[in-house]
Design a protein around this ligand. Structure first.
Ligand code: ADP
Length: 216
């Protein structure tokens, strides 16, 4: 199984500059690929395209040849789950952690059986304002994993966290994806972090380079 972008171009409006310029990349099942680039380069935009949350202006994103986002009528979770930097914006402040995790359709016993290193059980009955930033990011990661994705796009997921919390979260993530054969695109401006967690690292500027001078 492969998550693939083929000559993907994107801009936010017909008069806006191109943010993603002819990017092609592939992530295989079970592979952890790093995507490095500075802030503002277009990495988050590409992340949303890969998760099917926006459509490319030109080019294609596919999961094994199919669009990443399933037909809504099929009621299947997206095989490409996106986790991003701001966990606090990704959870409902009025829902306890248990309810946030249950939104995936996972039964109570599956939530109760989550790896306690990923989500300690004591967090389940707390509201988002009663947990730390690192704990909130663990909850959004667990929610993505409960959707049983084939691919995870992890966009600056530890950018707000101290080094020890960062290491712990990546340890949990890598253990989970290795166990399930989930492919990961790990996006960060932090090259040493990507070198530590990824099997190989791509540079966003290199991916766009061939097309930089022109338009499609
Ligand atoms: P990165 O993740 O590498 O920091 P982004 O993909 O967030 O980069 O942003 C790339 C460019 O796209 C920036 O110039 C940003 O201002 C612009 N951009 C991001 N989101 C929007 C949006 N919703 N509408 C218009 N422009 C946007």
């Amino acid at each position: 199984m492969t998550l693939e972008a083929r000559d993907v171009w994107f801009r936010y409006g017909p008069r806006d500059p191109w943010v993603v310029r002819g990017v092609s990349l592939a992530v295989a099942a079970g592979e952890v690929v790093g995507l490095h680039g500075p802030s503002g380069a277009g990495k988050s935009t590409l992340a949303r395209l890969l998760a099917g949350m926006a459509a490319p202006s030109r080019g294609q994103v596919t999961v094994d040849g199919h669009p990443p986002r399933p037909n809504r009528r099929e009621r299947r979770p997206n095989p490409v789950q996106l986790v991003f930097q701001h966990a606090e914006l990704a959870v409902d402040p009025l829902w306890k952690v248990r309810a946030t995790l249950a939104e995936t359709g996972a039964p109570d016993e599956v939530i109760a059986a989550l790896d306690p290193e990923l989500v300690p059980p004591r967090l389940l009955d707390r509201f988002p304002h009663e947990i730390s930033g690192g704990e909130a990011q663990r909850v959004t990661l667990a929610r993505a994993l409960l959707a049983r994705p084939r691919f995870l796009v992890a966009d600056e997921i530890t950018a707000n966290l101290d080094a020890i919390t960062q290491a712990g979260l990546w340890h949990s993530l890598l253990a989970a994806v290795r166990a399930e054969g989930i492919g990961v695109l790990a996006i960060s401006h932090d090259r040493p972090l990507l070198d530590a967690v990824a099997d190989r690292v791509l540079d966003f500027a290199d991916l766009s380079r061939g097309a930089r001078a022109g338009t499609p």
